[in-house]
Design a protein around this ligand. Structure first.
Ligand SMILES: [Zn+2]
Length: 410
């Protein structure tokens, strides 16, 4: 037996595959087909062992299916937009297009020398006009159907780089690129109206039996709820010098519990948080606290697997139903990108709010009494009661069942 000499034998077969267009495909009605799609590579410079491992798995699947008689489409492309290209362009003083195309050429050569069975004639890069014109086309269809819309919203902002940062690009509260303390800024941004699909997505999540509960919780938080009410709490001026603030908007699926709302909790990223810091007695200490919360692990914040912490801003908002002021707190488990970035805390009827209230000695008024149970009392509750029931201590709504109250209150 001859020695295995990769330089000659691989070259020989790869040439044969190229000449015979062995991995290119055309439609063949009647023959079973198989689409083997792997994650497109980011053209970061050089393929590494992780690429090889990933793409070998796809190649084994594609080659197996071919041998089983399938007409296999195994395409490859380049996910070629984003911050790394921008960073490299700044660092090396090159045009991002040059840097990206050079990397693609190099990595393509590496993958071809590995002999992976891609249909290279179908190769594309997402930075090419022929590709992104379809992104634009899809976007316009969504825009026409009111599924894409613009709205002002808070983003992470690095004042030194003068750029918006994704949450993943904020490391311990600082810019990943230049270590500047990251602030927030309100910008007009595009959003997709995924709430139109919330019910279908939540229903679909029920069938993901193999998924870890933590991942499902994050999915549910991202999806949000389509049914619920937005409620505005007016911000009460603290001192005469304070500028009038926009009301804080909260989203709730349980408006029937609003008479038990004893605080407004803001995400540390909420735009109002920064303004309250500026007008507080000790802005530096206030901002340091905000920075500490923002720097916490976002996954843990999302799933609630963190020690719930917060602090009183010293300012108050008006509960629009009771007409009474409630304190505005900053809470580390409230996230800016979910809902409105602010929630009303109803300790007696939400477990997360309950734990928070017990920790900080906030009142826990019971406003919904579950049917067929001894009357609940806030002082002796050991856990929140999230069940529907009959409203108590809820002004004109007292005595109504939850469902009826929700209709009457919205
Ligand atoms: Zn920066």
């Amino acid at each position: 037996m001859h020695d295995y000499d990769p330089q000659s034998i691989e070259k020989k077969w790869q040439q044969r595959w190229r000449d015979s267009r062995a991995f290119e495909v055309a439609e063949e009605p009647g023959r079973p087909k198989f689409y083997c799609l792997v994650m497109f590579a980011y053209p970061s410079g050089h393929a590494h062992v992780g690429h090889v491992r990933n793409y070998m798995i796809g190649d084994v699947v594609a080659r197996t299916r071919r041998m089983q008689g399938y007409n296999v489409l195994h395409p490859f492309g380049w996910d070629a937009f984003g911050m790394p290209a921008e960073n490299a362009a700044i660092k090396h003083g090159t045009h991002p297009e040059r840097w990206t195309l050079d990397n693609i050429a190099h990595m393509k050569g590496q993958l071809q020398r590995l002999g992976i069975s891609y249909a290279w004639e179908r190769e594309f890069a997402t930075c090419e006009r022929d590709y992104y014109k379809w992104n634009q086309w899809l976007f316009l269809r969504m825009y026409e159907r009111d599924l894409a819309y613009r709205q002002r919203s808070a983003v992470n902002w690095c004042s030194s780089c003068e750029t918006v940062l994704a949450n993943e690009q904020v490391v311990d509260g600082a810019c990943w690129r230049c270590d500047t303390q990251v602030g927030t800024r309100e910008l007009n941004q595009w959003f997709f109206r995924i709430t139109h699909y919330a019910d279908a997505l939540l229903e679909g999540a029920e069938h993901l039996e193999q998924w870890p509960e933590q991942v499902l919780t994050m999915q549910r938080n991202w999806i949000g709820r389509s049914h619920g009410a937005r409620i505005r709490f007016a911000v009460i001026p603290g001192r005469e010098a304070d500028a009038a603030e926009e009301p804080v908007e909260v989203f709730t699926t349980r408006i029937d519990t609003i008479y038990g709302a004893t605080a407004v909790l803001l995400a540390p990223e909420h735009p109002l948080a920064e303004r309250l810091a500026a007008s507080s007695a000790d802005p530096a200490a206030f901002r340091a606290q905000l920075g500490r919360f923002r720097a916490l692990d976002r996954t843990a914040r999302t799933t609630g697997q963190i020690e719930k912490e917060g602090f009183d801003t010293g300012r108050q908002a008006m509960n629009p139903f009771t007409g009474k002021p409630v304190p505005i707190w900053i809470a580390n488990f409230v996230l800016a990108e979910y809902g409105t970035g602010a929630i009303m805390a109803v300790p007696a009827h939400d477990q997360r709010d309950f734990e928070f209230a017990r920790k900080y000695g906030l009142p826990v008024p019971v406003v919904v009494q579950p049917a067929d149970a001894p009357p609940l009392r806030g002082e002796t509750l050991e856990a929140a009661s999230a069940d529907h029931g009959v409203l108590v201590d809820s002004g004109p709504y007292s005595g109504l069942p939850s469902a009826e109250a929700m209709r009457a209150m919205t």
